[in-house]
Design a protein around this ligand. Structure first.
Ligand code: CS2
Length: 492
């Protein structure tokens, strides 16, 4: 079957929407680090819409920081791919033209630094996941002992980490008297821009204190809140796209109708006018980030751990369980919403309702196991801030602690019916050691989990109210099935 490409853009079947601009007519203005499915259906989506609306030199050069897979699927397609917007009402197939090409960093790190130093590039965006920031625990400080950072500090001409590439590019821009750029983190971290700025500034200072000063006056790091649910595409999705567009598309992505992008208005130079196609520019992203990380991501992770243990494969299946739904309703209303500080007039109830509609979207099977990965990186961002708030206020913590206990139980790698699965997490080896040492004893396991400093800080780890609650749930989980715990505590 012929691959989707510029050559056949004119002969796609009528079931798809093709770009209304000629992609090749627009220069690269953005370099994106970490070109996964989320970027392709979010930032690249907004950029595509903007190119359709008013053109401009804002096409994207994508960088894969690890594997060659995205390059191998996108480059032969001239960067074209399909975004399938799927809901229970049906599917809409959009062919996007905002990505120009993809480079694979480990194959040619120099080419990535050169890409970041193109004169036409004014914006760098990042989706490198929580672990890509190489931060020390939850502090936002650079982990100078991180393997990739140690490597990059010694070999800045061929870095491995996103941070290393950014610092190397800044150094080259400074030496060449070029202007800086705007670096936009699009990952689910609270204060993502500020954290990235701290990490990059610390890194630059270790390289050359002059570079640190240059960064301060030439580069900005706006914080952002990004939101769109993007499950991993399956071979069935690809077959479906092929049957509709009439060509093979190995890079298609599936997503939902909803999308949101809130960006702190703090730019170092020209940036695309994404606000003309639905993004919001604001002075303070903080409340929106908090709202999304807590109401969406904290409940998502809870659904993922509780749901996987209870045998539900997708979010929609899990949330259809009335008792699980009641756990999530309570969590949002009693333990998450009270911790937010939304602007006057913001309708949190309506936001919660829209989230629940999104979770029940049967047109978009989102695997609980996909969300369950990297819990050690996600939990500190999504669940612990609300937990700290509730502990301080003496508020309820039943649902949050049940979610965390299910994560600890999930990290055993063995389901309720003895099925073995792999725990996909950078700390998976530590979990194995803990589980081996605990030999099934809930108290020992909890102590050891709480002493993981990159997840729980000391204050939290020594909080007796928290410890008691977590221990209670872990004991429940060792004696009963998740569905019966849900029925006992959250029955509707
Ligand atoms: C999910 C997120 O996989 C996960 O951890 O919670 O990717 C979620 O789908 C997005 O943040 C939605 O914007």
């Amino acid at each position: 079957m012929t691959r989707l490409s510029f050559k056949n853009l004119g002969s796609l079947s009528a079931g798809s929407l093709v770009p209304s601009f000629i992609p090749k007519d627009h220069k690269i203005g953005i370099v994106h680090l970490g070109i996964g499915a989320f970027h392709r259906s979010h930032q690249a989506w907004y950029t595509h819409k903007l190119l359709e609306l008013q053109g401009g030199d804002w096409r994207i050069q994508g960088i894969s920081l690890r594997s060659a897979q995205v390059r191998d699927t996108l480059n032969p397609q001239d960067g074209l791919y399909t975004v399938v917007v799927s809901s229970s009402e049906g599917k809409i197939y959009h062919i996007l033209g905002s990505v120009d090409n993809v480079l694979v960093a480990p194959e040619n790190p120099q080419a990535v630094i050169t890409a970041l130093c193109q004169k036409s590039v004014h914006v760098v965006t990042l989706t490198i996941t929580e672990k890509g920031y190489c931060l020390k625990g939850n502090t936002g400080e650079l982990d100078e002992d991180h393997q990739s950072i140690v490597h990059d500090l010694k070999n800045l001409d061929c870095p491995k980490s996103a941070l290393g590439f950014l610092v190397a590019a800044c150094q080259r821009r400074m030496q060449a008297n070029m202007r800086g750029f705007t670096v936009i983190s699009c990952d689910n971290l609270a204060g993502n821009g500020a954290k990235l700025k701290t990490a990059i500034t610390m890194f630059a200072d270790l390289v050359d204190p002059k570079l640190k000063n240059w960064l301060q006056s030439n580069v900005t790091f706006p914080s952002t809140m990004v939101d769109r649910i993007v499950p991993a595409s399956t071979p069935e999705d690809m077959a479906d796209v092929q049957s509709v567009i009439g060509f093979e598309d190995q890079a298609c992505v599936m997503t939902e109708p909803f999308s949101q992008w809130v960006i702190e208005n703090k730019f170092a130079g020209p940036v695309p006018h994404w606000e003309k196609v639905g993004a919001n520019l604001v002075a303070d992203v903080g409340p929106f980030e908090e709202m999304k990380l807590r109401l969406l991501n904290a409940t998502h992770s809870t659904i993922a751990y509780v749901g996987s243990l209870a045998g539900y494969t997708t979010v929609a299946d899990a949330i259809a369980d009335k008792n699980l739904r009641s756990l999530i309703d309570h969590m949002m209303a009693d333990e998450l919403a009270p911790t937010l500080s939304m602007p006057e007039g913001f309708d949190t109830k309506a936001y919660i309702e829209s989230l629940l509609r999104r979770f029940t979207n049967r047109g978009l099977p989102h695997k609980t196991r996909q969300i369950a990965m990297d819990g050690s990186q996600k939990i500190p961002q999504r669940m612990l801030p609300a937990l700290r708030h509730q502990l301080m206020q003496g508020g309820s913590i039943d649902c949050l602690t049940f979610g965390i206990a299910c994560w600890i139980r999930y990290c055993e790698g063995v389901g309720e019916n003895g099925e073995v699965y792999s725990v996909d997490d950078p700390m998976a080896a530590e979990f194995q050691t803990i589980n081996g040492a605990a030999k099934g004893d809930a108290e020992t396991r909890l102590e050891k989990f709480l002493s993981m400093k990159d997840v729980f800080d000391e204050k939290l780890a020594s909080n007796t109210v928290l410890k008691e609650k977590l221990l209670f749930w872990l004991k429940e989980l060792s004696e009963k099935k998740v569905r019966s715990i849900l029925a006992q505590h959250w029955k509707v």
